[in-house]
Every structure is written in structure tokens, then in C-alpha cells.
Design a protein around this ligand. Structure first.
Ligand code: ZN
Length: 289
């Protein structure tokens, strides 16, 4: 690995990553390791300046359709610009991309994998050993991978911490994000030094993506229910058949209809109302990596 890119403000209203990247742009020694270059990057400075998630469209769903065309969405042009610099055929290609996000859901410190590249599984396991309360979520389907910043190259991760409001910096989550990034950089350094510790077989608990669940809606597409109070904040807790998931405004409880025990994530994520996602479902797997 010659170059690690750390992205912040891919969403301009998620300030923990933005703050850390701005800090590291002026204090690069804090993310420097001996065997590779670390490049902090503010991914969507225009959205950050406007304190908004994006200007025209979600940058983190734009990397499969970058465009330089005049009149193209700002984020399509920004994705093209980032790929020209850091993509596989770019001027200074990234080997590993870490992308820093926050969520309004109660996901604690979450490490998102978008593929099962052995390097990524081992980096996840390494980070979990150094950050014990870390959760590893394998979002391996067609909705995020290939369109997200962290998947412009095969190696990398999206870091997702919460719960926090947007445009807020919570100290506990900022420090947690820092510890995850430090562990990732230490892993890359150990990997480059051929440290056998990076190849020791370990078990990795992985929450593997199954599906997304939309809100109940009426014929016009308006939401007819909200996340049930007993379900709110229960990210990564087992969800069984019949457990409450939604409540309507007239007080009716809607239960989970699936037969398998699943583990929800992104419960009531603010940015996902527009995407038609009330929460996502995962299954728990134990991998030997
Ligand atoms: Zn985000």
C-alpha cells in the first residue's frame, strides 16, 4: 500500500469526519506512518460550506456515474474530479480509502465493508481487536458498493458513528472515529512491514446485509407510521417475528413479519427517509479470516 486516502464531508452535514480531516490537513504528522502516504480529503466542500448533506445529489451514490458534462449535478462532477485524482487510473491512485460518516441511528462505532476482499476482512478484524465495541457491518449488495466513495478501489472501509444529530460534533464519537482511523493506519503499516500479526487467523463477527425495509405508505407515498418507540435505538439487537417495528398515528402497532432472527441497523436514519429506508436488516455471521 502506497497511498491511504481519508475522506471527510462526503456528506456536508456530517461534521466529525470533516473536523478530523481539516485537522489532519494542517497536522499531517498525526496520520503519518513510515511506509505509505496518507492523504486527508474533504470530499464535498461545497456541501460542507452549506451545512447540508449534498447540493444536487448524494455524492456517496455518485461514483458509478461521474460526469464532467456542463449542467451535470455538482456531485457527479465532484466524483469525476476525485476519480481523476485518486481512482484506479487517476494521477495519484489511492490503494486504500477510509470514508468517515455519522448517522442519526444508534449504531455506535460501525465499520462498513462493501466487499469481502481478504485485506478488508483482516483490517476489520484488526480494528475490532483494538476497538472492542466496534461493530462490523457487511453492506455487500448493489445499493452502496460501486456508488460509494470508499469503493472506488477494492480496499477500504466506510466508518459510520452514531447516534448524533447532523451538523453536530459529539466528542465521544469523534474520539471513537479517531481510534478506528489510527487502528486502520496501524494495520496498513503492519501489512506493509509483512508483520505476521496481520495474517493470524481470527474470528470476525460480521453483520451481513440482507435487505432494506421502507416505511408503511399510503397511495400517495406519504408515510403512515413511524418507528415504534420500543424499536427505536435497537440497532444490532435481535429482531424476532412479531416484535414491534412501526406505530401508526392512531396507535396501531405493526410487528415484524419475518420468520428468521435478524439484526437491524440504520433504524430511523434521517437521511434515509428520502431513500425509502426505515431500517436495514442483517444476519449475524461468524467468519474465520
Ligand atoms: Zn454519511
Amino acid at each position: 500500500v502506497k497511498r491511504v486516502v481519508i475522506g471527510g464531508a462526503t456528506h456536508g452535514n456530517e461534521w466529525i469526519g470533516a473536523w478530523l480531516v481539516e485537522r489532519w490537513l494542517t497536522h499531517p504528522d498525526e496520520v503519518t506512518r513510515a511506509s505509505f502516504e496518507t492523504l486527508p480529503l474533504l470530499c464535498n466542500p461545497a456541501a460542507l460550506a452549506e451545512r447540508t448533506r449534498y447540493i444536487d445529489q448524494d455524492l456517496n451514490r455518485s461514483f458509478d456515474g461521474p460526469s464532467n458534462a456542463e449542467g451535470a449535478p455538482l456531485e457527479s462532477r465532484r466524483a469525476a474530479e476525485i476519480l481523476r485524482q485518486l481512482g484506479p487510473n487517476g494521477r495519484t491512485p489511492a490503494d486504500v480509502v477510509l470514508d468517515l460518516h455519522t448517522t442519526t441511528a444508534n449504531m455506535g462505532l460501525t465499520y462498513i465493508l462493501t466487499n469481502r476482499d481478504p485485506f478488508n476482512l483482516r483490517m476489520a478484524a484488526w480494528v475490532k481487536q483494538h476497538v472492542p465495541n466496534l461493530k462490523v457491518y457487511g453492506w455487500i449488495d448493489d445499493t452502496l458498493p460501486r456508488r460509494s466513495f470508499s469503493s472506488i478501489v477494492a480496499r477500504g472501509a466506510t466508518i459510520e458513528v452514531g447516534p448524533t444529530a447532523n451538523n453536530v460534533v459529539r466528542g465521544d464519537l469523534l474520539l471513537g472515529t479517531k481510534s478506528i482511523v489510527a487502528a486502520c493506519l496501524d494495520f496498513v503499516e503492519a501489512h506493509n512491514q509483512a508483520d505476521p500479526a496481520t495474517r493470524a487467523r481470527v474470528e470476525l463477527e460480521l453483520f451481513s446485509h440482507l435487505s432494506v425495509q421502507d416505511y408503511p405508505r399510503d397511495a400517495d407515498g406519504r408515510l403512515t407510521a413511524f418507528i415504534h418507540p420500543e424499536f427505536q435505538d435497537r440497532d444490532y439487537q435481535p429482531l424476532e417475528h412479531g416484535d414491534p417495528i412501526f406505530m401508526t398515528l392512531d396507535g396501531q402497532t405493526i410487528g415484524y413479519q419475518g420468520r428468521e432472527t435478524v439484526y437491524p441497523v440504520f433504524i430511523n436514519e434521517a437521511a434515509y427517509y428520502e431513500k425509502g429506508i426505515a431500517f436495514s436488516l442483517t444476519e449475524k455471521q461468524l467468519l474465520n479470516v
